[in-house]
Write a protein that binds this ligand. Structure first.
Ligand code: AR6
Length: 181
C-alpha cells in the first residue's frame, strides 16, 4: 500500500527491518537503550557492537531515554545508515496515555530524522510486540502521526516505510493508510 503526501511516499511492506537500505531504521527500544528482545534484539545483532557503544555514550550523557523520546546512532553493519531509537509505551488497556505516548515516539523519531537531513525512514510496528499495544489501534495512531508530520514539513522526506514483520501486521498499517488519505 502506497500513498503520496506532497513529495513523500508513505508505504507499507512486509520485511525484516534489519535488511532495509534506508537512511534510518527506527528501533522499538526500551529506556535502558541496552538492547532487548524483538526488533531491538534483531537490530543490535545485525548491526553489531557499534550500536551499543553509541547507546552507552548517549546514556552516559542523558541517562535513560523517556518513553516517547528518540535518539540516533550508527547502524553498524546494517545496510541502513542510522538507527533512530525510540521507546513506545507499554499497553495498560489504554488508560495510561498510551496513544499520545505512541504518537510522540513517531513524531520525535521523525524530528530526529529531519534534524539529520535523512530522507528515507522505516518504522517497525512500535509497542505491538512485547509491549502489547493492539496492532489495529497502534497502526491508526502511527499512520496519523506520520501523515500529519509529513504534511506539516512538506519536502522533508522522500519515503516513510511502515515495516510489518508479518503480513497481518502490514495489513493493519495498510488499512490505516487507506482510510487516512
Ligand atoms: N523486523 C521488523 N519487525 C520486527 C522484527 C524485525 N526484524 N523483529 C520483530 N519485529 P517488539 P515493542 C516486530 O516486541 O512491543 C524489546 O525487548 C514484531 O513482530 O520488538 O515496542 C525492547 O528492548 C512486532 O510487530 O517491540 C523493549 O523492551 C514489532 O516488531 C520491548 O521489546 C514490535 O515488537 C519493546 O516492545
Amino acid at each position: 500500500m502506497d500513498i503520496e503526501v506532497g513529495k513523500t511516499t508513505l508505504k507499507t511492506i512486509v520485511a525484516d527491518i534489519t535488511t532495509l537500505k534506508v537512511d534510518a531504521v527506527v528501533n522499538a527500544a526500551n529506556s535502558s537503550l541496552m538492547g532487548g528482545g524483538g526488533v531491538d534484539g534483531a537490530i543490535h545483532r545485525a548491526g553489531g557492537s557499534a550500536i551499543l557503544e553509541d547507546c552507552k555514550k548517549i546514556v552516559a550523557k542523558i541517562g535513560k531515554l523517556p518513553t516517547g523520546e528518540a535518539v540516533i546512532t550508527t547502524a553498524g553493519n546494517m545496510p541502513s545508515k542510522h538507527v533512530i531509537h525510540t521507546v513506545g509505551p507499554v499497553w495498560h488497556g489504554g488508560t495510561k496515555n498510551e496513544p499520545q505516548l505512541l504518537k510522540n515516539a513517531y513524531t520525535k523519531s521523525l524530528e530526529v530524522a529531519m534534524e539529520n537531513n535523512l530522507k528515507t525512514v522505516a518504522f517497525p510496528s512500535i509497542s505491538t510486540g512485547i509491549y502489547g499495544y493492539p496492532v489495529s489501534q497502534a497502526a491508526q495512531v502511527a499512520v496519523k502521526a506520520v501523515f500529519d508530520f509529513v504534511g506539516k514539513y512538506r519536502g522533508a522526506f522522500n519515503e516513510i516505510i511502515f515495516c510489518g514483520f508479518d503480513s497481518s501486521t502490514e495489513a493493519e498499517y495498510a488499512r490505516a493508510l487507506g482510510t487516512i488519505a
